[in-house]
Design a protein around this ligand. Structure first.
Ligand code: G1P
Length: 285
């Protein structure tokens, strides 16, 4: 697999964060002092990809403004380190946009990327999943995609009560290296009793362009939406697909407690803030 493009679906309404998301995209909610989607862009660049397509929708214009120069700010704040950091990210990353006109599900959002991705293999990063660790989560997936010369999804063992919030894989009994599985089948948000394992897909995918053909044939599934998991399930029948457990701390910022956890985790990882945060936590609890 040769991957040179990344796709980030960011068209969701963010209803779990109302009223914070009434007038701003949930992807722009800050984690410490950067919008959540900024960490995703950093992960893309740190994994060696320079072409990022963001699938947006109504009310998402702040994302485009974020990944753009601000001549006024640059003029007012010459040599501001935060602005220069953003600028150097933008110098290395080309950001493109496409709008998902109708909210028909994750699979439909990914299908909107077809024109841009064309016949390339590509990466998908769900912005509700943030990772912290020495190696970017996506870089680990890209390595595995090269190792197996096949599509790869990121998985984690999830708690039994959380199984119905994830796409769950059915791993084959084939023994691969530690933390790697061949995917036999997948099911979106199953009941615990029907789940083929507790290995949930956690927001990172390396996919071939043939996924678009499967997406076109995918009918609405769980929650009445066109699910990426259902297209992947068809892909598994056509060619080998693998799953790896990515190393690093994962933060599910799709809900308020996860976002709070991410605030603390990301602040503790910052040398300039760690001491202050530890002190704050000691005092507060
Ligand atoms: C999506 C996917 C699901 C995956 C999850 C990871 O669900 O459909 O397969 O396990 O992201 O966070 P969502 O969280 O958008 O409902």
């Amino acid at each position: 697999m040769h991957v040179s493009k990344a796709v980030v679906p960011a068209a969701g309404l963010g209803t779990r964060f109302l009223p914070a998301t009434k007038a701003q995209p949930k992807e722009m909610l800050p984690v410490v002092d950067k919008p959540a989607i900024h960490y995703i862009a950093e992960e893309v660049i740190d994994s060696g990809i320079e072409d990022l397509l963001i699938v947006t929708g109504r009310g998402k214009r702040a994302i485009e403004d974020h990944f753009d120069r601000s001549i006024e700010l640059e003029h007012l704040l010459e040599d501001n380190p935060h602005l220069s950091e953003l600028q150097s990210l933008l110098d290395r990353l080309q950001v493109f946009y496409v709008r998902q006109g109708r909210p028909l599900g994750l699979g439909h959002a990914i299908a909107c990327a077809e024109r841009h991705v064309d016949e390339s293999d590509f990466a998908v990063l769900l912005p509700d999943d943030l990772y912290l660790g020495p190696e970017p989560a996506l870089a680990q997936l890209l390595q595995a995609a090269e190792e197996f010369d096949a599509p790869v999804v990121a998985v984690r063992e999830v708690e039994p009560e959380d199984v119905q919030r994830y796409g769950i894989i059915a791993p084959s009994s084939e023994r691969l290296r530690d933390g790697a599985y061949r995917v036999q089948d997948m099911v979106e948000k199953p009941d615990l009793a029907d789940a083929p394992s507790r290995l949930g897909v956690v927001g990172r995918y390396v996919l071939p362009s043939s996924i678009f053909r499967h997406l076109r044939a995918t009918q609405p599934g769980a929650k009445g939406e066109i699910q990426l998991t259902d297209a992947l399930r068809a892909l598994c029948r056509e060619r080998p697909v693998y799953a790896i457990e990515v190393r690093g701390e994962r933060y599910d910022i799709g809900e308020p407690i996860g976002l709070l956890r991410a605030q603390i985790g990301f602040a503790l990882a910052r040398p300039d803030l760690a001491e202050g945060v530890r002190e704050l936590l000691r005092q507060a609890f």
